[in-house]
Design a protein. Structure first.
Length: 285
């Protein structure tokens, strides 16, 4: 992941590093006041050859469904098979800051996914939903390859919705193997009621590479505390990969055994490029 705190002018170089070193994915962020995911994804895709780029994530409360489809469609058409469109509810406090909070959050998420997927496929979309209206619109330049639409959600009802209508689910930083397994019970319930052919479980994970475990944990302490408060758990319950790079393969494998299909590492603190090189080397990339 290209961390939201890094200046955007560093993104092309970081994307090139990942492309050269054999990483599968680069995930970019959309957090209010920090950076926009569509422009960040465009920068990353334009400067790389094979890297898959994910939006992590575009809040549907902030993004009109038609405009989101137009933007995602442009990127997907120019870079077929290399984009993942991540969407979510949006952080309530941030949505309130810009007058974008909606009462029907579940309806807005589902209706946005349905509308955007139809538009990307080149369909004429007519949707008069509870929160989303698209009345007879068709994209002139639909996506050559319709990208997967995945959701970044946390609560059980949202996880179930994701399983039913999305192509995948993103679990936020802090989810360890037990939380991955628990989330899958809700996702699988939704999948049983839906008709999507597959579902990719994507897990974001904090990373701090340092041969001194205590020093690594201390460097991540403030971020972990903030994430714990957001998740409503104790800091000790927040999963992260803090310590020597040599322990990373076992930690990544534990997430995979629990059901994660993709693990996205978010380097914390100083020298994120160096941490990335060390992590990829340890993971034989």
């Amino acid at each position: 992941m290209f961390d939201r705190g890094r200046p955007p002018e560093e993104l092309p170089g970081y994307a090139a590093l990942l492309d050269e070193r054999g990483a599968d994915d680069l995930w970019v962020v959309e957090d209010l006041g920090w950076t926009g995911s569509i422009s960040a994804a465009a920068l990353a895709l334009a400067g790389t050859r094979r890297l898959r780029v994910g939006l992590g994530i575009a809040p549907v409360a902030l993004r009109n469904a038609a405009l989101l489809a137009m933007e995602v469609g442009n990127l997907a058409r120019v870079h077929p098979g290399r984009l993942v469109a991540g969407v979510g509810h949006g952080v309530p406090e941030w949505m309130r800051q810009v007058g974008a909070e909606h009462a029907g959050k579940l309806a807005m998420l589902e209706e946005t996914i349905v509308a955007v997927r139809g538009l990307l496929a080149g369909d004429e979309v007519v949707l008069h939903g509870r929160e989303v209206t698209v009345d007879g619109l068709r994209l002139v330049h639909p996506a050559a390859v319709v990208p997967p639409i995945v959701t970044g959600v946390v609560r059980p009802r949202s996880l179930e919705l994701s399983g039913r209508v999305a192509d995948g689910t993103i679990l936020a930083e802090g989810a360890g193997p037990a939380q991955v397994a628990a989330a899958l019970t809700h996702i699988d319930r939704g999948r049983a009621a839906g008709d999507r052919p597959g579902h990719e479980l994507i897990v974001f994970a904090f990373l701090r590479v340092d041969d001194d475990r205590d020093r690594a944990a201390e460097a991540a302490r403030e971020v972990v505390a903030g994430q714990a408060a957001w998740l409503g758990v104790e800091p000790s319950e927040v999963f992260g990969m803090f310590g020597p790079a040599s322990v990373l393969p076992a930690q990544v494998e534990a997430l995979h055994r629990a059901g994660a299909g993709t693990v996205v590492l978010r380097p914390l603190g100083a020298d994120p490029d160096g941490q990335t090189r060390a992590a990829l080397a340890a993971l034989a990339r």
